[in-house]
Design a protein around this ligand. Structure first.
Ligand code: NAD
Length: 502
């Protein structure tokens, strides 16, 4: 059985900051929602309410879009030099670093993420994302083109306009800056809707943006629910682009809303059911560590989680034994405790959804190698769970569980690994573990996914684009590709000689 350290014992409360910001952030001010409604955000360690924040609705989104439009059409932000925008973004990055502890603590009490990981890695990384795009803000250049007629053209990359960012709860602060940073660098103005489960760090970041000098109206935050505030963004006639991360189901709704409103542009980063393929020549011990981390990091609430682990038959039994031993040593408990590897699932819904998948797996005939149960007297803790005897057609092998639940499977040949790796409607990521260059090349080119990790997993960086194939969505985040997702291309054509008009 997986080790459960202290999901049920004393809570680590010393790091919890005061919650200073609970209202909508519109035009540089914190304001109540027009309806006066509020929503409760809960601590997944206990299920208790930690704060009540304003619940934004369509009217609040309308107001935020109006000020964002004004800031785009007449305000300074799109008209500043890239260098000046970059300077403000650098200042914001420094403020994020300075407040890393508070931001990490807010994400921990809101979502159950590991505090120490947030403070030392995720939040500093979010600050670096700002720096990456701050550096790119003055490098937005078009081309000069000699046309085949007696004309020349030049191209201009212009900011796309008012952007809506709809973000999920699994990486609240990281996602906020993954979307906001390139949009700011491009000169866009925006309305951000954090997930209803995790509104706190987004409001705090809005406050830091104001301190850094981001002009009023450029960055607005509407906390609220998906079907109301989120849907008001995706169907808004005056929003030029929506960038969404979340479920494939909601991604489809957003695409429908875009199609039936103003044909706004979209970036959709959706679900995944990523394979981690481990070949016979792998170091079994290291591969087992990678596989466990690949599914349990951030309690499996990761769109690129390696939820299908395919192991070649020659090492399968040894791998299985090691994996079971390692799962026993994996510590589930209070995410403020530095000795803990895995905190609680984000909320009761997600907790129940994961447990129902586990039940389904057992009913379908898969065998539990490890875990399978909730743990702790309160809160939403689940043991690291590993199923064997899983067939590709089982629900647990097909659907995104978004929890610490792995399907471990055996394969014989490279061809079989490729076919089964691709046997999913998703295509977000895949991992390959092998020392054989030919196998690595063949498999990485054959798997239909947006990111392939060779002999590593979960390695994301600002300079490396990231996004989905198939039903995992389209468009790319991070890298210069993400900056271009917030720009549009204009061609300006002129005669070379002072002669004909055509
Ligand atoms: P979701 O897709 O419902 O929520 C993501 C965001 O979309 C939230 O901000 C939410 O308020 C908003 N949203 C919801 N309905 C909307 C609508 N009709 N119009 C516009 N915006 C809307 O995700 P969830 O319900 O929180 O989780 C369900 C499943 O989604 C999870 O179990 C997991 O499989 C998947 N998920 C994936 C990711 C990812 O990173 N790819 C992140 C979160 C959840």
């Amino acid at each position: 059985m997986a080790v459960q350290s202290n999901g049920n014992s004393e809570l680590f409360t010393c790091k919890i900051p005061d919650i200073k910001f609970t209202k909508l952030f519109i035009n540089g001010k914190f304001v109540d929602s027009i309806s006066g409604k509020i929503l409760a955000t809960k601590d997944p360690r206990t299920g208790e309410v930690i704060a009540r924040v304003a619940e934004g609705n369509k009217e609040d989104v309308d107001l935020a879009v109006k000020v964002a439009r004004e800031a785009f059409n007449h305000g300074p932000w799109p008209r500043l030099s890239g260098c000046a925008r970059g300077k403000i973004m650098m200042k914001l990055a420094d403020l994020v670093d300075k407040h890393a502890e508070e931001l990490a603590a807010l994400d921990t009490i809101d979502s159950g993420k590991l505090f120490y990981f947030g403070k030392s890695i995720e939040i500093p990384q979010a600050a670096n994302t700002l720096r990456y795009y701050a550096g790119a803000a003055d490098k937005i250049h078009g081309q000069t083109l000699k046309m085949s007629s007696q004309h020349q053209a030049y191209t201009l990359w212009e900011p796309i306009g008012v952007v809506g960012h709809i973000i999920p709860w699994n990486f609240p602060c990281t996602m906020f800056f993954t979307k906001v940073a390139p949009a700011l660098a491009a000169g866009c103005t925006m309305v951000v809707k954090p997930a209803e489960q995790t509104p706190l760090s987004a409001l705090y970041c809005a406050h830091l943006a104001k301190l850094a000098g981001v002009p009023d109206g450029v960055l607005n935050v509407i906390t609220g629910f998906g079907p109301t505030a989120g849907a008001a963004i995706s169907s808004h006639m005056d929003i030029d682009k929506v960038s969404f991360t979340g479920s494939t189901e909601v991604g489809r709704l957003i695409m429908q809303a875009a199609a039936t409103s103003n044909l706004k542009q979209l970036t959709l980063e959706l679900g995944g059911k990523s394979p981690l393929i481990i070949f016979d020549d792998a170091d079994v011990d290291k591969a087992a560590d990678l596989a466990l981390f690949g599914i349990c990091f951030n309690k499996g609430e990761v769109c690129v989680a390696g939820s299908r682990v395919l192991v070649q038959e020659g090492i399968y039994e040894e791998f299985k034994k090691k994996l079971a031993e390692k799962a026993k040593k994996w510590v589930v408990g209070d995410p403020f405790n530095p000795a803990v590897h895995q905190g609680p699932q984000v909320d009761e819904n997600q907790f129940n959804k994961i447990l129902s998948y586990i039940k389904h797996g057992k009913r379908e005939g898969a065998t539990l190698l490890a875990g399978g149960k909730p743990c702790g007297r309160k809160g939403y803790y689940i043991e690291p769970t590993i199923f064997t005897d899983v067939t590709d057609d089982m629900l647990i092998a097909r659907e995104e569980i978004f929890g610490p639940v792995m399907s471990l499977m055996k394969f014989k040949t490279t061809e079989e690994a490729i076919a089964r790796g691709n046997a999913t409607k998703y295509g977000l990521a895949a991992g390959i573990v092998t020392k054989d260059l030919n196998v690595a090349n063949t498999v990485s080119r054959s798997i239909r996914a947006g990111v392939i990790w060779l002999n590593c997993y979960f390695v994301l960086g600002d300079d490396c684009p990231y996004g989905g194939y198939k039903m995992s969505g389209f468009g790319r985040e991070l890298g210069t590709e993400a900056l271009h997702a917030y720009l549009q291309l204009k061609s300006v054509v002129t005669p070379i000689y002072n002669s004909p008009w055509f």
